[in-house]
Design a protein around this ligand. Sequence first.
Ligand SMILES: Cc1cc2nc3c(=O)[nH]c(=O)nc-3n(C[C@H](O)[C@H](O)[C@H](O)COP(=O)(O)OP(=O)(O)OC[C@H]3O[C@@H](n4cnc5c(N)ncnc54)[C@H](O)[C@@H]3O)c2cc1C
Length: 252
Amino acid sequence: MAGTALRRRLTWRPAQLSAVRQETPTARTLTLRVDGWAGHVPGQHVDVRLTAADGYTAVRSYSISSAPAEGELEITVDEVRGGEVSPYLVREIAAGDLVEVRGPLGGWFVWQPQSTRPLQLVAGGSGIAPLMSMARARAAAGGGAPTRLLYSVRRPDAVVFAAELAGLAAPGSGLEVSYAYTRAVPEGWPRPAGRVDAALLAEATWPAERAPDCFVCGPTGFVEATADLLVAAGHSASAIRTERFGPTGSTS
Ligand SMILES: Cc1cc2nc3c(=O)[nH]c(=O)nc-3n(C[C@H](O)[C@H](O)[C@H](O)COP(=O)(O)OP(=O)(O)OC[C@H]3O[C@@H](n4cnc5c(N)ncnc54)[C@H](O)[C@@H]3O)c2cc1C
């Protein structure tokens, strides 16, 4: 049985784009319908393969941003300027088009929605994608885990899922969301633009004494800097799970 499940995960399967949603000027969410898709665990990703008419292929990884559901998944792609695949996924692919996916993949950067342990999420840019899957799954499961999300973005119009996050973080939800703006801040924002530092972490995240499960996701430099700050703040390295959105993939 385990062998069958593994084979299914590692097999390329057709995925039809059923809907696209523009999230920010540079990011889109793609809803993919996959026959036989059995759902995923929040935090997992898929490999996406594109094949051109001449047989040229490109493969990239994308975290699943939706809560687990059978038959369907969503990925949220932010365009990397000069990139090969993300500009196509953000600007060109249209509902009805077919790609291939392989997955769900990943067994370490995952969160079980029935957990009630304190949860600390830290996102940098498009690193919000798998953490959004966790936040959505948490709400669907009744919101048992007291949760804080610190979300670092360049500027206010780059915040993905802004309205939905505000709803998920309604009073009494047990979810608190804080933002760090690195290039431009909203009017009246109490701090200047800048990167996440020890002072902001101390203000916006669970103290180490609460022993939260920490999930940090984003570009490689952001993840490494943030994980170092969490360890310096007293969190156990083994409680910090990281996912780096550094360049991966292949072309042939
Ligand atoms: C496990 C995993 C999950 C991921 N999930 C997501 C996701 O949910 N959403 C998302 O938008 N991306 C995600 N990524 C990143 C994604 O796989 C691609 O790397 C990204 O879309 C760029 O691909 P590209 O073909 O456009 O650029 P490429 O043609 O591969 O690269 C072009 C240029 O951009 C640089 N570059 C590549 N990737 C990045 C990056 N992420 N940040 C900054 N510079 C980069 C390269 O060094 C190169 O100079 C994930 C990566 C991993 C490993």
